[in-house]
Every structure is written in structure tokens, then in C-alpha cells.
Design a binder for this molecule. Structure first.
Ligand code: 13P
Length: 251
């Protein structure tokens, strides 16, 4: 198996004011101080990126945004560009989260544009994919993921995707307390890796980190990370408390 460094990310979604975010980030930074065998990232809301960046400076915690717009600048009220994210100290950006797809009309095409904008600015994209409960029930999991991965990465060159991270988040397991079984998750991760292999070759496929997301907690992280194709986690609810997230990051 390839030597892929584990990546544990916290997606804070629309939680925490600036002072709350700074406090949580400072605490987390202290808890995971010196951890070097796992990459740890948090994605606070846009409003807290700058102060959180300052709060974690000098530590091991990396900073990500939860979304990005693909234009550099312009009359796009409410949107945030790659350059703006970089200026806050962000190194990563989550793209195409299922909540963005479900509530804000994001599609594989917009995901593709956003990944392109991130890569152009050397932000590391974390591309989210995942099937809904209906799609799983109708045995469409693999076809849905095939499309999401292929369309999301359409027309990219191998070289563009060296930093890419993929997060598999089955929609039915997000915030529901229902985790995919480790075997279910492993099966899909292995499938996603095979789609990347078919499109871009085995070097990228073996090197790319594929995170699992959906009700990850301190109690199930170890089991998930023991699977050969699970390289990390994208954690929602359980990332809000630094103690709990610290336990996940130091599983
Ligand atoms: P939960 O961990 O709350 O299920 O959320 C997962 C998620 O959506 C992370 O992006």
C-alpha cells in the first residue's frame, strides 16, 4: 500500500462566531501541538478565517475554507475568490459539499470550475462526492460516484491534480448518526480510487488521499482508518469541540 499521510479535517459549517472560532482553534492547536504524523485541518466560516489563521499560526493545524467562487474578482455579490481566501491564510478549500449541492444548486460543472480556480491559485481542493439514500437504495451508488468524480475532474491534466484530496460523504450518513459500515466505506473508497486510476493512471490513484465523512466520532475513527483505502476523515459535528476533534485527529 502507498504511504499516504492521514488527513483529518473539521468542517465547522455555519457554526461559531469569530470569538468562538478563535477560542476553539486555540484550544485545538494546543491539544494537537507537535502532532506530525497526521495532517490536521479546520474549515471555519469565512468570517472567522483571518482571526483563526492568526490563532493557529506557528502550530500544526492547517486552515481551509468551506467554499470558493471561480472568478478572480468582479460584481458577484456575496462570493469569495481564491485570492481572497489566500489572503486570509487559507491553504485548503472544501468544494462541492453535499449541502452546497443540495441547498445552493452546485453541480458537477460548478465543482469543476471551483477546483480549477483553487488549483490555479495553489489552494488545495478537497472535492466532496457522495450518494443520497435513495440513490443507494436504487443501487446507483457507483454510477453516481463515477459521474461526480469524472465530471468534477473533467479536462484536468494529471499535473493539476497532484494536491487534490477527495472526500467521500454518503449524504445519508451526514449529521444523522448513521455511519457507513467500514466495509461499505472501504468498498466505495476503493471504487473511487479505481475511477481516478482509469482516468489519470495509477500514480495519481495510489497517491491521492480519500477521506470519509459522515458521523465520524472518536469511537469509530480507528476502525475507519484501519481500512486500506480510507486515508482520513472530514468531520462535521464532532469537529466543533476541540477535545473531541483532538481525539479524532490523534486516533
Ligand atoms: P457530520 O460529521 O456531522 O456527520 O458531518 C459530516 C460532514 O458533512 C463533513 O463535511
Amino acid at each position: 500500500m502507498e504511504n499516504r499521510k492521514p488527513f483529518i479535517a473539521g468542517n465547522w459549517k455555519m457554526f461559531k462566531t469569530c470569538p468562538e472560532a478563535v477560542e476553539a482553534a486555540e484550544n485545538l492547536s494546543r491539544i494537537v501541538e507537535g502532532v506530525s504524523d497526521v495532517d490536521i485541518m479546520i474549515a471555519p466560516p469565512f468570517t472567522a478565517l483571518s482571526p483563526v489563521s492568526e490563532a493557529i499560526q506557528g502550530g500544526v493545524v492547517k486552515l481551509g475554507a468551506q467554499n470558493i467562487f471561480w472568478e478572480d474578482e468582479g460584481a458577484y455579490t456575496g462570493e469569495i475568490s481564491a485570492k481572497m481566501l489566500l489572503s486570509t491564510g487559507c491553504s485548503h478549500v472544501i468544494i462541492g459539499h453535499s449541502e452546497r449541492r443540495q441547498y445552493f444548486g452546485e453541480t458537477d460543472e460548478t465543482v469543476n470550475k471551483k477546483i480549477r480556480a483553487a488549483i490555479k491559485s495553489e489552494l488545495i481542493p478537497v472535492m466532496c462526492v457522495g450518494e443520497t439514500e435513495n440513490e443507494r437504495d436504487e443501487d446507483k451508488t457507483f454510477s453516481v460516484l463515477d459521474k461526480q468524480v469524472k465530471k468534477g475532474l473533467e479536462d484536468f491534466l494529471l499535473d493539476d491534480l497532484k494536491s487534490l484530496i477527495i472526500a467521500y460523504e454518503p449524504v445519508w450518513a451526514i449529521g444523522t448518526g448513521k455511519t457507513a459500515t467500514t466495509d461499505q466505506a472501504q468498498e466505495v473508497h476503493s471504487y473511487i480510487r479505481s475511477v481516478v486510476r482509469d482516468s489519470f493512471g495509477s500514480t495519481l490513484a495510489e497517491g491521492i488521499r480519500i477521506l470519509y465523512g459522515g458521523s465520524v466520532k472518536p469511537g469509530n475513527i480507528e476502525e475507519l482508518m484501519a481500512m486500506p483505502d480510507i486515508d482520513g476523515a472530514l468531520v462535521g459535528g464532532a469537529s466543533l469541540d476541540p477535545e473531541t476533534f483532538g481525539k479524532i485527529a490523534m486516533y
